[in-house]
Design a protein around this ligand. Sequence first.
Ligand code: ADP
Length: 401
Amino acid sequence: MSEATRILVLNAGSSSVKYQLIDMVDGARLAVGLVERIGERTGRLAHTPHGGERRERTEPVPDHAAALRAMAEELAADGIGLDSPELAAIGHRVVHGGKRFTAPTVVTDEVLTEIRRLVPVAPLHNPANITGIEVARALRPDLPQVAVFDTAFHTTVPEYAARYAIDTAVADEHRVRRYGFHGTSHQYVSRATARLLGRDPAELNVIVLHLGNGASASAVAGGVCVETSMGLTPLEGLVMGTRSGDLDPGVVFHLHRVGGLSIDEIDDLLNRRSGLLGLCGENDMREVLRRTEEGDPAARLAFDAYVHRLRKYVGGYYAVLGRVDAIAFTAGVGENAAPVRAAACAGLAELGIAVDPELNSIRSGEPRVISPEYSRVTVAVVPTDEELEIAQQAYALVHQG
Ligand code: ADP
């Protein structure tokens, strides 16, 4: 067995690369960093080694290759460079794995080709993820590169829930179906919830509410995802920071035919100028909460619309699961916004759901229960850790056999 116990996790976006070097023996972050503004006049790198000071560099970063070179220099300066024999693999976040990728996968040329074939259904994300893999491969061609897909955890959603009720031939020709996203987070949080409760994930039914800038819900039955709120793209489902979530597809036809907006303008409207931002001009929940307290009616409406949609999903997923053992709140809003959690669960005593106001108001970075003793359903706050999940999946894969 090799002694290599470190995983470098890369999350390559169109103009940024986030990275973490994690030691799998104890989960320690040996380094955490971000390179941003790739391709702009001045790029920026921020790098924090374990127990050390944060360092920043401002310089042109023309492309992803330059970004990863800068990252490699910083890691080398800390004595944990990419040439280290302790590096076991590089784990890549890949947004779209389609129907094919149901588990983490060691990248080969054939796998890369398949990820490329998925670009039409993930035009904003997969190209950058592919570039990240190609550049990392060039830096360490001998090292396993593992792709961990945001969609993989949702590939167990039954066909009747994954299909849109449209012509099957048209849907299949264009790969139109519900894929779901944030899967790595839903998987991590559903398991962490079982751990918090001291239960086996296989015997637990959990509703996971991942509420960040993007937001999604999932229903997890015995560790297996059976329903999730995002669809072909991350636009479906909950009200988000800047995305509308669910709407009548007729709205798109209407805005185009009657409103005269182009398809690109509608895409921009629904993805970047809707949700909380569209309703009250502010996409950050902290600001929405502050303005709500001051009595601002637009912020109140945005908050109420956000919570109303969330409650519809909680109720819907309750029916999908039949029995719910736990509801887990996670990501920026879920972990920090007590008023959202309280409002999402208010008045649901008949369903066995209750939140204890005092427990709910405690601020902590730890997984914790916020429901009272008598609550049949355990309501919990469970911080997500997508990087650790990617690292664990990559590590498990390269250590098989
Ligand atoms: P991303 O989806 O980009 O990973 P995060 O999970 O970090 O996002 O969530 C970011 C969002 O979390 C912010 O836009 C903000 O609305 C919300 N948030 C962060 N801290 C708080 C807080 N203390 N109270 C309410 N909302 C918060």
